[in-house]
Design a protein around this ligand. Structure first.
Ligand code: MN
Length: 262
């Protein structure tokens, strides 16, 4: 099995080093790292279209790119690797990617890029920032990948899983639990400071606290000490409201044909 590893915290982040070192010990597995040169958290699926990308190799063999997480996976899959990996993994991220975090997450974006190319993909994140119990998280990620391989879940059918691992020793961690995404409140206020030259500087505020962290959500499961796994899809269509909007569309069409514009 060939595994492509990327992340959004950058190729020097402890999380990707731990993930690489854990996965490379799996028997019959080859791992390669292509990751951003710098921290690209919250870059989602962004691709760099208006400047060139350069690939360099670090002394530990990791390749790094002056681009986004999706750039890394994209160029890896479209020519850099020269083969098609069986699995794309991303992380381990420095902090949770739960609820609406998944929309912004570069960790999820890297995995999603693999999924869009038809390859099974997993995004791994630690719930708390700061890399506490990182070895345990890497061991848990290794266990999940190993079991998926053994249970023949890694094959021709692409899927995308979002995994959040609580920061705790392996023996205290509770089993994996399949979850839906929760929701957060609207983000905190923008932070305004004055630059040394007297200009206002705006810093994006933190993601808000959980709004929907009820039973069945990733927030709830990880608070209880479980490893949460959410299968993600890319189709953003609001299927439930399609009928409502079809009705609204007929009103708009009929109104435009008969009533004068306001
Ligand atoms: Mn990150």
């Amino acid at each position: 099995m060939k595994i492509l590893i990327s992340n959004d915290d950058g190729f020097q982040a402890p999380g990707i080093v731990a993930l690489h070192d854990a996965l490379k010990t799996l028997a019959g597995v080859e791992v390669e790292v292509v990751a951003p040169e710098h921290n690209n958290s919250a870059k989602s699926n962004a691709l760099t279209l208006h400047s060139p990308l350069y690939v360099h190799r670090a002394s530990n063999g990791f390749r790094y790119v002056n681009g986004t997480p999706a750039d890394c996976v994209h160029i890896a899959l479209t020519g850099l690797l020269g083969y098609r990996p069986d699995l794309v993994v991303s992380g381990i991220n420095n902090g949770a990617n739960m609820g609406d975090d998944t929309i912004y997450s570069g960790t999820v974006g890297a995995a999603m890029e693999g999924y869009l190319f038809g390859i099974p993909a997993i995004a791994f994140s630690q719930v708390d920032k700061g890399w506490g119990e990182l070895e345990a998280a890497a061991a848990k990620a290794r266990e999940i990948v190993a079991q998926m391989y053994v249970q023949r879940l890694i094959g021709e059918t692409p899927w995308l899983l979002n995994v959040n691992i609580p920061n705790m020793p392996l023996q205290s961690m509770r089993p994996i639990r399949m979850c839906r995404l929760g929701r957060r409140h609207a983000a905190e206020r923008v932070i305004v400071q004055e630059s040394p030259r007297g200009e206002a500087m705006y810093w994006i505020g933190g993601a808000g606290p959980a709004k929907d962290d009820g039973e069945g959500t990733d927030f709830h499961a990880t608070t209880m000490g479980h490893v949460s796994i959410t299968p993600l899809k890319v189709d953003l269509t609001d299927h439930e409201s399609l009928a409502h909007w079809a009705q609204a569309a007929s009103l708009i069409i009929a109104g435009a044909a008969t009533a004068p514009a306001m």
